[in-house]
Design a binder for this molecule. Sequence first.
Ligand code: GTB
Length: 217
Amino acid sequence: MTITITAFERSPDGGKGLARDTRVRWALEEVGQPYQVRLVSFRAMKEPAHLALHPFGQIPTYEEGNLALFETGSIVFHIAERHAGLLPDDANARARAITWMFAALNTVEPPILEFVNAKLFERDKPWHAERLPLVEERVRGRLNPLSVRLGDADWLDGGFSAGDLMMVSVLLRLRSSGILDEYRNLAAYVARGEARPAYKRAFDAQLAVNTGKPSTG
Ligand code: GTB
């Protein structure tokens, strides 16, 4: 069955791979599922046709036959459940990998988003200089224990899983801030994720959309 996802017609990051369609592309590449992409403008995202797929008028969405999904957590979980390669067979290891997906989305991503949004949208506020260090500390409050838990391991729990895919995707948002580099093992962990051939194909595909150049992968 054909899989169709949606992505920004033109991502505000110009193709740095930070928009959330990249994590869905990555999951599909990891499991070897071909997919099509429908590009949407910011205006089209708020129109009825797209709102029927995504009640909050965002990307990405995922369509497969008569199934339509939104939320990258749900989409990546759906892909991982139906195709081999992203979740271990052992029931307990599988449950732990899913736990890491939730940890990425519910525990690590929120302070990172708060930090990114503070830097992007609050620069002109009189309280910005006072607030930013507080927000940064909340990010470190998640990275410290994550770094301790990862230690010298390659991945969070045994082999690469959907939990790592989600955690790396979430941490990537920090790259330009320099905070990630304070944690040698987390920076290496993210680099390991980005070095995976499936990630590279996903990245190149979204870059091609944003630069108008055909994907080489
Ligand atoms: N919780 C949802 C999920 O995980 O699917 C969040 C989806 C979401 O935030 N979508 C964003 C969107 O559609 C795009 S990814 N925004 C438009 C809107 O809300 O109107 C977030 C994003 C956007 C841009 C960059 N960037 O340019 O660097 C990075 C990430």
